[in-house]
Design a protein around this ligand. Structure first.
Ligand code: AMP
Length: 504
C-alpha cells in the first residue's frame, strides 16, 4: 500500500499539504502551531508510542485535560495505527478501572495527579498535564520528527469512544478510519469550510463533537482553530471579531445570550454558528437570530454514528429541527416494535445507515447485533419524525418516553408547550413510577427571576391544550436542570430525585 491509497485518517488529513507554514492552531497565550509543526509533533509522539510498545490495533487510552499536546496524542495514535480512546476528565479512578479493564489499552496517558492511582490498574502509563507537558512530551521532544504513517484499511479502527452510559454500563463505540474521514469530508462540504475559516474551539476533546467534528473538519479544510481550554463567554465574544465559525453545545448559546455584548456588531465577522449534542430550544434559536442576525445551524449526531443530519447551509434553518440526512447517509423512522418504516410526520424510532455508522460495540457482539436491523440500519434509540418538508425532528431518547396509563407521552411535546409560557426558561418532562398509571407525567421547570409561575398556573395554562393523559400530574420549579458537560439534561438524575413523589 502506498501513501496515496493508505486509508489511515492521518494520511487522509495531511498528505498533499500545500504549505507547512499554514496556521493550524492558535491559543490564547498567542502561541501558534502550523500544519508542519503539528505533523512533526505527531511524528515525535508516534515514535514514542511505538517505542512504548504500541502496535497497530492497540488501544491508547487518554484521560487528559484539553491541550494541544492532547490533540497531538490523538493524531499520533492514529498515525501509528493505534486506536485512540479518550476518556471524560470527570471519571474517577474507580470508573477508569472499568474502562481500562474492558479496553485493555497498551498505554494509558493521564494527568500527573492521577499517576499513582492509574499505575495500580495499568501496566504502562505516561503523563500529560493541563499545560500539555508531562513524561510523554518530555520523551517526544527528544524523538525524531519523521515517522512513516502506518497503513490502515477503511474499516480498521481509529478510535473507541465510550458512550455516556446513563442506562447500564458504558459501551465502547468502535470507529474506523473511514467512519471518521467520510463524515469529515461531508461536513467540510456541507458547511462550506475553506482554508480561510477560523474556528472557535471551546469544546472538550474527549467527545465526538470537539474531537472529530470540530478538529477533523478544521484540519481537512486546512482552516485554523483557536483552541480554548474551556468555554469562556467573554473570551469567545472577543474572538468573534476575527473568527468565522463557532461549534457549540446549546448551553454555549444560552450562556452567550446572557452577555449584553452579544449583538450584530460583535458577530459580524462570523459566518456560521453550529449547535449540536443536545436539543437547541427553538426560543434560543429565535433569540440568537434576533440578537445577531445569524440563524444557528443545528445538526444531529451521536458517538456511534458521527453526524447524521444537518440543517442546510442555504435555505431554512428551522428552529427545533435538525435538518436533512447528510449526503451518503440514509435516515428513516420506524415502528420501534416491528421495524416497519413509518410515513412522514409519524413519530417513531430514528434509524441510520451510511459510511458514518460505527463498527459495533467493543467486545459486545450480542449488544451490537441487537442494535442493528438486518438491512444494516443502526437503531439510534432516539425518537423522532421526518416532517413533510423532509426535516428530521428529535423528540428525545426512547428511554425517556413516558408511558402513562398505557399511552405514549413524548416529553418534547409537553416541554414545547411549557417552554412557550411567559416566564419559563426551560423544562424537562419525565415519567416517575405511579401505582395507577405505571408512570406519572412530571414536569420540572426553570423560570426567569421574579416570574410568577407556579404549579397551579402551569397546569391551568396547559388545560385544554393537551389531552388529559399527557397532562403533568405534578409540576416542580427548580433553579436549574442537571446537565452533563455536553449540555445534555440528565433525566436519569431527575427521575431519581422525584422517584417517590407518587408513592402511596
Ligand atoms: P452523544 O453520543 O454523547 O453524542 O449523544 C448523542 C445523543 O445526543 C443523540 O442520540 C441525541 O439523543 C442527542 N443529540 C445530539 N444532537 C442533538 C440535537 N441537535 N438535538 C437533539 N438531540 C441531540
Amino acid at each position: 500500500m502506498n501513501t496515496t491509497t493508505n486509508a489511515n485518517l492521518f494520511s487522509r488529513l495531511f498528505d498533499g499539504l500545500d504549505d507547512p507554514n499554514r496556521l493550524a492552531i492558535e491559543q490564547l497565550d498567542g502561541s501558534r502551531i502550523s500544519y508542519g509543526d503539528l505533523i512533526a509533533r505527531a511524528g515525535q509522539m508516534a515514535n514514542v508510542l511505538v517505542e512504548r510498545g504500541v502496535r497497530p490495533g492497540d488501544r491508547v487510552a487518554a484521560q487528559t485535560e484539553k491541550s494541544v499536546s492532547a490533540l497531538v496524542l490523538y493524531l499520533a495514535t492514529v498515525r501509528a495505527g493505534g486506536v485512540y480512546l479518550p476518556l471524560n476528565t470527570a471519571y474517577t479512578l474507580n470508573e477508569l478501572e472499568y474502562f481500562i479493564t474492558d479496553a485493555e489499552p497498551s498505554l494509558v496517558v493521564c494527568d500527573p495527579a492521577k499517576l499513582d492511582g492509574i499505575k495500580a490498574i495499568a501496566a504502562k502509563v505516561e503523563t500529560l498535564d493541563a499545560s500539555g507537558k508531562g513524561s510523554l512530551t518530555e520523551a517526544a521532544d527528544k524523538a525524531a520528527k519523521e515517522f512513516a504513517t502506518v497503513p490502515r484499511a477503511n474499516n480498521d479502527l481509529a478510535a473507541i469512544l465510550y458512550t455516556s452510559g446513563t442506562t447500564g454500563r458504558s459501551k465502547g463505540a468502535m470507529l474506523s478510519h473511514d467512519n471518521l474521514a467520510s463524515n469529515s469530508y461531508s461536513l467540510v462540504d456541507y458547511w462550506r469550510f475553506t482554508d480561510k475559516d477560523v474556528l472557535i474551539h471551546a469544546l472538550p476533546i474527549y467527545h465526538t463533537h470537539g474531537l472529530f467534528v470540530a478538529s477533523n473538519v478544521t484540519l481537512f479544510a486546512r482552516a485554523s482553530m483557536i483552541f480554548l481550554p474551556k468555554f469562556d463567554p467573554d473570551a469567545i465574544l472577543k474572538l468573534m471579531a476575527r473568527a468565522t465559525v463557532m461549534m457549540g453545545v446549546p448551553t454555549f448559546y444560552t450562556r452567550l445570550l446572557q452577555n449584553p455584548g452579544l449583538n450584530k456588531d460583535a458577530t459580524k465577522h462570523m459566518r456560521l454558528f453550529i449547535s449540536g449534542s443536545a436539543p437547541l430550544l427553538a426560543d434560543t434559536h429565535r433569540e440568537w437570530s434576533a440578537r445577531t442576525g445569524h440563524a444557528v445551524l443545528e445538526r444531529y449526531g451521536m458517538t456511534e454514528t458521527n453526524m447524521n443530519t444537518s440543517n442546510p447551509y442555504d435555505g431554512d434553518r428551522v428552529p427545533g429541527a435538525v435538518g436533512f440526512a447528510l449526503p451518503g447517509v440514509t435516515v428513516r423512522v420506524t415502528d420501534p416494535e416491528t421495524g416497519k418504516e413509518l410515513a412522514r410526520e409519524t413519530i417513531g424510532m430514528i434509524e441510520v445507515k451510511g459510511p458514518n455508522v460505527f463498527q459495533g460495540y467493543w467486545r459486545m457482539p450480542e449488544k451490537t447485533k441487537s442494535e442493528f436491523r438486518g438491512d444494516g440500519f443502526f437503531i439510534t434509540g432516539d425518537l423522532g419524525k421526518i416532517d413533510d418538508k423532509g426535516y428530521v425532528h428529535i423528540l428525545g431518547r426512547g428511554k425517556d418516553l413516558v408511558i402513562s396509563g398505557g399511552f405514549n407521552v413524548y416529553p418534547k411535546e409537553i416541554e414545547s408547550e411549557i417552554d412557550a409560557m411567559p416566564g419559563v426558561i426551560e423544562s424537562a418532562v419525565i415519567g416517575v413510577p405511579h401505582a395507577d398509571f405505571g408512570e406519572g407525567v412530571t414536569a420540572v421547570l426553570v423560570c426567569s427571576k421574579g416570574a410568577d409561575v407556579s404549579e397551579a398556573s402551569v397546569l391551568k395554562a396547559l388545560d385544554g391544550r393537551l389531552a388529559k393523559f399527557k397532562m403533568p400530574k405534578r409540576v416542580f420549579v427548580v433553579d436549574e436542570l442537571p446537565r452533563n458537560a455536553m449540555g445534555k439534561v440528565q433525566k436519569n438524575i431527575l427521575r431519581d430525585t422525584y422517584k417517590d413523589i407518587y408513592a402511596k
